[in-house]
Ligand binder design. Structure first.
Ligand code: C5P
Length: 243
């Protein structure tokens, strides 16, 4: 990690300048936060597991034609990604009521939603990432109408694909959060690509049979066995971190 220029340190990841222009090294920490930093802790081995799980899922998404920032995994905690301009939105896709949706509308957790719901939150820690509408997004210039159309279509395709993938290993994809970025190609063309990570840190994953939580809610709600749950997700995906 030494000698490389750090670009950004987030709650769960650190970004460093990559070896070539236009690349970034994404380092996965064991740090865990919840409630916008209100709760802090460490989940031993989380960074290693999330690096592998996210690598696996991004590769699968690449294979079905979803453009992503992912290039390759470098080692246990790092992956090489393309530098993108992050769109300041958290795009949440929900299949089953849980978390803030249940709280906001008084719908019991576990209620199947009549159809998948996509929500946008403005990425701004100081404001606690407020829920925003498409009107806000386009009026304030966070994304254009065309960009929103594109990322919505991608989010729904990702949901279809990942729901099936997790179903196949006995896991219900309850909800998840995505981030997108603008990738500038050499010819000047700008493309919307999936960025950040997909891992049990930003998905709700429930065991299909027992409804047991296999995600960060174990940390948020003090349910214990957090690392074991992340490990079980990796095990069912057929990937286990190098020892
Ligand atoms: O808290 P809420 O119910 O809105 O979260 C919906 C989904 O988005 C959950 O899977 C959660 O892990 C994810 N999320 C996230 N980062 C946030 C907020 C939510 O990854 N800042």
């Amino acid at each position: 990690m030494a000698r490389r220029k750090q670009i950004y340190e987030g709650k769960a990841k650190v970004l460093f300048e990559g070896p070539e222009a236009g690349t970034i090294v994404q380092y996965f920490k064991d740090d865990a936060t919840a409630f916008n930093g209100g709760k802090k802790g460490t989940i031993t081995g989380k960074g290693v597991l999330n690096n592998r799980i996210s690598e696996y899922l991004f590769q699968k998404l690449n294979e079905i034609g979803i453009p992503t920032h992912f290039i390759r995994r470098l080692n246990m905690r790092e992956q090489l990604v393309r530098e993108v301009e992050i769109i300041p939105l958290e795009v949440v896709v929900r299949n089953t009521a849980a978390g803030s949706l249940s709280n906001r509308f008084g719908i019991p957790e576990g209620t199947q939603l009549p159809r998948s719901i996509v929500e946008y939150y403005y990425k701004k820690d100081e404001l606690n990432d407020p829920l925003v509408s498409e009107e806000h997004i386009t009026a304030f210039g966070w994304a254009t109408v065309q960009e929103l159309d594109e990322l919505l279509a991608m989010a729904l395709r990702i949901n279809d694909y990942l729901s099936g993938l997790f179903l196949g290993i006995g896991i219900r994809l309850v909800d998840f959060k995505l981030e997108f970025g603008r990738l500038t190609h050499e010819n000047g063309e700008i493309q919307i690509v999936l960025a950040d990570e997909i891992s049990p840190d930003n998905c709700r994953l429930w065991d299909l049979k027992t409804n047991e939580k296999m995600d960060k809610d174990r940390f948020r709600r003090d349910l214990g066995s957090v690392e074991e749950a992340y490990q079980e997700v990796a095990r069912r995906l057929g990937i286990l971190p190098e020892s």
